[in-house]
Write a protein that binds this ligand. Structure first.
Ligand code: C2E
Ligand code: MG
Ligand code: MG
Ligand code: MG
Length: 268
């Protein structure tokens, strides 16, 4: 066996008890309104605190959890934890935010997934409009007919859907117009492109989204130049290292508290 295959087997073994051993943590990355600069939401991003290998990023274990089916139980934990944390922030009197949760196609394909989401909202007492589910464009396109019906059902229940990594999967944008999607998240590869390439892709996504009454978020904003470009082109929301890296919940609480206190100083 190659070293890589052994590493994969080890991780797979360890994944089976990682949830029970409470080795997963959620980090949160702020999402800002471009025009006001206010934090209006956060994206929940999972990390695996491995007892020997240290902190493992989701790209290095989420695919394995999808192969093994563990994504179902791990995804449920993520959803519950993220909603409970958001509710806790609201109870602390912090300005209400939405929380965006990444959901794998395997989770969406469970027959009772919608009920599970509603159960979580009931248990955590988080109103549905403070939750956004993110589905990647490639998941969506893997079974467009299925997802179309499902997304309408979510829409009827007041739960918003964002398309993650938008622009990476398909060159045709036209399929999007028939879907009840609230938000497009422009993939960071476009945000970080050179200005002339950006011009065509980012501006056409934004123009199309406006016509379809969808919001647009740009992810992976790392520089002031990138931020100003998005601001000048009427992008709605931004997320990226330029504003903040994903941080643990305690750090996020501090950040939100500080922002609130600063606002109160100037609005007195
Ligand atoms: P994503 O949903 O597209 O999340 C955005 C990724 O970009 C995150 O990586 C985030 O840390 C990173 N990022 C944010 N701002 C910047 C920036 O300015 N520059 C750069 N270079 N990167 C930035 P992360 O946390 O490693 O997550 C990677 C992917 O793993 C996510 O991509 C998502 O697809 C998946 N993932 C994360 N958490 C979960 C989860 O709870 N469930 C599922 N199913 N997937 C998850
Ligand atoms: Mg995401
Ligand atoms: Mg993305
Ligand atoms: Mg991604």
């Amino acid at each position: 066996m190659t070293e890589q295959a052994i590493e994969k087997l080890e991780l797979e073994n360890d994944l089976h008890h990682a949830l029970a051993d409470q080795q997963f943590v959620l980090n949160y990355q702020p999402i800002l309104n471009v025009q006001t600069g206010d934090i209006i939401g956060v994206e929940a991003l999972i990390r695996w605190q491995h007892p020997v290998k240290g902190l493992i990023s989701p790209d290095n274990f989420i695919p394995l959890t999808e192969e093994t089916g563990l994504i179902i139980s791990i995804g449920e934990w993520v959803l519950e934890e993220a909603c409970a944390q958001n509710k806790a922030w609201q109870e602390m009197g912090l300005p209400p935010l939405f929380v965006a949760v990444n959901v794998s196609a395997h989770q969406f394909k469970q027959r009772d997934f919608m009920n599970k989401v509603e159960d979580v909202l009931n248990r955590t007492q988080l109103p549905s409009h403070f939750l956004e589910l993110e589905i990647t464009e490639s998941s969506l396109m893997s079974d467009l007919a299925y997802f179309k019906e499902l997304l309408f059902a979510f829409k009827r229940r007041g739960i918003s859907i964002s398309i993650d990594d938008f622009g990476t999967g398909y060159s045709s944008l036209s399929y999007i117009k028939d879907l009840p999607i609230d938000k497009l998240k422009i993939d960071k590869s476009f945000v970080q492109d050179e200005i002339d390439k950006k011009e065509t892709i980012i501006t056409s996504i934004i123009v199309m989204a406006k016509k379809l009454n969808m919001r647009v978020v740009a992810e992976g904003v790392e520089t002031k130049e990138q931020y100003l470009y998005l601001k000048n082109n009427q992008c709605d929301q931004v997320q990226g290292y330029y504003f903040s890296r994903p941080v643990d919940s305690a750090t996020m609480t501090q950040m939100l508290t500080k922002t609130k206190e600063q606002k109160e100083l100037t609005s007195a």
